[in-house]
Design a protein. Structure first.
Length: 234
């Protein structure tokens, strides 16, 4: 009888902890979703944007559990709360990121999300690219074994261009591009990264042709990408 009473007490204790916690989470989610404005982004953009924003959160974070205020980033992109909620729905659902408290804009990568970021993106984010007029491009790799590359002139041979640098340039330019062009640039960057990882030269060449076609018609600047791969070089 005493064992049964102890078990019943334990069940009640667990319920006293879990029920308020569940209610608090429900209240928080309700607060975050209260009177959301309609999204301004198209459904076709969500998959690419969620990867980019997840990566941006991890890039700004110091590690798993490190808070990142994304409000300024959302404002720069012209996204409202409905857009941000739609973009981050899947990363939140799969517990790659989490929301800090009652905030609508402070997120942090979970341990699972941080491991995913390290596996897929950290190498790319360790590369910074700077460009100056006349076609000079310098890439600095934040590693003890990093190598810097540079080149002069208004033309570039596609075989002299680091594919990793081009991926990073496309992703950087995509953030400031027109929405439709930014989506294409992000898609090409993802495809190129996969093709390089697969060591598939034929696929790499096809993607580079698409990148060149984008540069020839883009209304956005794409300054970093143009510096690495000017139109007409393919």
């Amino acid at each position: 009888m005493e064992l049964v009473e102890d078990f019943a007490f334990l069940v009640v204790l667990v319920l006293l902890v879990l029920v308020p916690y569940a209610c608090l989470r429900a209240a928080r989610n309700g607060f975050r979703n209260w009177r959301l404005p309609p999204p301004t982004i198209r459904p076709a953009q969500v998959e690419h944007l969620e990867k980019a924003v997840f990566r941006e959160i991890c890039r700004r974070a110091k590690g798993p559990g490190s808070d990142v205020d994304m409000q300024e980033h959302f404002d720069e992109q012209g996204w409202n709360r409905g857009d941000a909620t739609l973009i981050l729905a899947e990363p939140l659902k799969h517990k790659l990121i989490s929301v800090r408290g009652w905030s609508r804009a402070v997120y942090f990568p979970t341990r699972r999300g941080w491991n995913e970021y390290r596996k897929r993106f950290m190498m790319a984010d360790s590369v910074s690219i700077t460009a100056s007029p006349g076609g000079f491009v310098a890439a600095n790799i934040n590693s003890a074994h990093g190598v810097a590359q540079s080149g002069y002139g208004h033309r570039a041979d596609r075989h002299d261009v680091s594919h990793q640098h081009l991926v990073e340039a496309l992703r950087t330019d995509a953030r400031a591009a027109e929405p439709s062009e930014g989506v294409r640039a992000q898609e090409y960057a993802d495809d190129l990264a996969e093709a390089v990882q697969e060591e598939n030269p034929a696929r790499v060449d096809r993607i580079l042709s698409r990148v060149n076609a984008l540069l020839e018609t883009a209304t956005s600047a794409f300054s970093l990408t143009r510096g690495l791969l000017p139109p007409g070089t393919l």
